[in-house]
Design a protein around this ligand. Structure first.
Ligand SMILES: [Fe+2]
Ligand SMILES: [Fe+2]
Length: 466
């Protein structure tokens, strides 16, 4: 098929482009090795141009993509190149038929300069224009709508909310696929997860605020999204290599695939389940793993995490028939995120808890249900009062937790919304609860308790999850 061939040609071209940039960076654009690379680039482009008049490659999250479909394997091997494009805020590069050797060489020259100083002096677009390059076009992040740093909190939060909604839509279509015995769309999962990861790396606190404030209407969908975000946040804290995050995110997102399959049947029934139904719920890890194993292209980690996520750290959970001696690290992180999200939200089995109670309950499970060290890292990542929690301070002020503190899990950063008299602050400001008064060891502000959102104390518009 022509399409498949084009993809292959494009992949070859991207590889060659990276090699050419490397060579021109090391040896200069006039060097024979660079010249040879430019010739090769021209050839690869010519192959693509037999099938279409131009070629656009893009950066989606951390992946290089062609026609919105990322090259996962390739992207893994060219991280530095991708990081370089991200640093230069390049989102898309287009090559038009008729591009000349000189243009390709001059284009490589743009990468030779220190990208930081180059960016200050001129944008990539300006650099192209000043070199008279007309057959290569760049689209950079923030072009048109202004630089990314200039985005308002509302815009940033909006982007994160859109991303969350995409995940929900993806899960809905997955449920549809499962119900109709169709294969799960793994490409769509990758596409969504790479965006989620890039949001997590840029706006982790906003994503966490969203997991705290998002209403739990579509129970399993929101839950799966939350578990995915909370697992990825743990993985990031552990310093797990970025190239592995995509598999981890997918595994977490699909951990309850077996439950999705039950969705609408018995889980929405409400309270009491009969013994047969309980048995069905208990078999959701194995059922989910089976579905995921049968899905071509999924990382094996997804089936593994689905299978193991109710196993518990002490392996006294279910399934009882096991095939491995050790539980996978990712499964154990998913378990923590899973239990956390279940306890704090009103699930079928019990009432919602306030963050302090959730923390105490989770700590009771340390070493039994949950891996003790991973649990500690989990709370260092999100804090006892996770971003999005409304809190009352000992000063009488009320605010919203906006960022956790790695130094003390009970002393996050709080946006002060109401003053000591309970009046709305005109210009909310962010207080670091690690801050001390001039006298030693006396903190300026300490959390007294978490508060429910009410008419008296509301969440500012810009953080409303909808
Ligand atoms: Fe589950
Ligand atoms: Fe779950």
């Amino acid at each position: 098929m022509a399409h498949g061939d084009t993809r292959k040609d494009v992949e070859e071209f991207v590889k060659e482009l990276m090699a050419a940039i490397q060579k021109s960076t090391f040896y200069g654009t006039g060097h024979d090795l660079t010249k040879a690379s430019v010739n090769a680039l021209e050839e690869k482009l010519a192959a693509v141009f037999t099938q279409q008049p131009d070629l656009t490659i893009g950066i989606v999250g951390d992946e290089v993509a062609f026609e919105k479909e990322p090259f996962y394997e390739l992207s893994r091997n060219i991280r530095t190149f991708i990081a370089r494009l991200q640093e230069m805020k390049i989102e898309k590069i287009s090559f038009a038929k008729g591009v000349e050797k000189k243009e390709l060489t001059d284009f490589l020259g743009i990468f030779v300069k220190d990208p930081k100083s180059a960016r200050k002096a001129e944008t990539v677009e300006e650099a192209l224009a000043s070199r008279g390059i007309t057959n290569i076009m760049i689209e950079s992040l923030g072009a048109g709508s202004g630089e990314q740093e200039d985005q308002s909190p509302e815009e940033l939060f909006g982007a994160v909310k859109d991303n969350f909604q995409e995940g929900m839509d993806y899960l809905k279509s997955t449920l549809d696929d499962i119900s109709n015995n169709r294969a799960i769309d793994i490409k769509a999962a990758r596409f969504f997860i790479s965006k989620l990861i890039s949001n997590l790396l840029k706006n982790k606190d906003l994503l966490l605020i969203l997991t705290t404030l998002k209403k739990q209407d579509d129970l399993t969908f929101v839950h799966s999204m939350n578990v995915s975000i909370l697992t990825l946040a743990q993985a990031e804290s552990l310093g797990i290599e970025q190239s592995l995050l995509s598999d981890i995110g997918i595994a977490a997102l699909l951990h309850d695939t077996g439950k999705l399959a039950l969705e609408g049947k018995i889980l929405k029934k409400g309270k009491e389940l009969n013994p047969e139904e309980i048995e069905k719920v208990r078999s959701h890890p194995a059922d989910g793993a089976k579905i995921l194993l049968e899905t071509p292209g999924l990382p094996p980690l997804a089936a593994l995490a689905a299978f193991e996520h109710h196993l518990r750290y002490d392996r006294k959970g279910y399934p009882t028939r096991l095939y491995s001696k050790q539980t996978n690290l990712v499964s154990m992180m998913v378990t923590i995120a899973d239990v956390y999200d279940a306890i704090r939200n009103k699930r079928h089995y019990h009432e919602a808890r306030v963050p302090e109670e959730v923390y105490d309950e989770m700590m009771k499970l340390s070493g039994g249900y949950l891996h003790p060290v991973l649990l500690e890292i989990f709370f260092k990542t999100i804090g006892v009062y996770p971003p999005g929690t409304l809190v009352e301070l000992d000063t009488g002020e009320v605010g919203l937790v906006v960022k956790e503190s790695f130094l003390d899990i009970k002393r996050p950063f709080v946006e002060i919304l109401y003053n000591t008299k309970g009046k709305k602050e005109g210009a909310p400001h962010i207080a670091n609860l690690m801050e001390k008064k001039s006298a030693p060891d006396v903190y300026k502000r300490t959390i007294v308790r978490s508060l429910a959102v009410s008419e008296k104390f509301e969440i500012p518009e810009k953080y409303r999850a909808g």
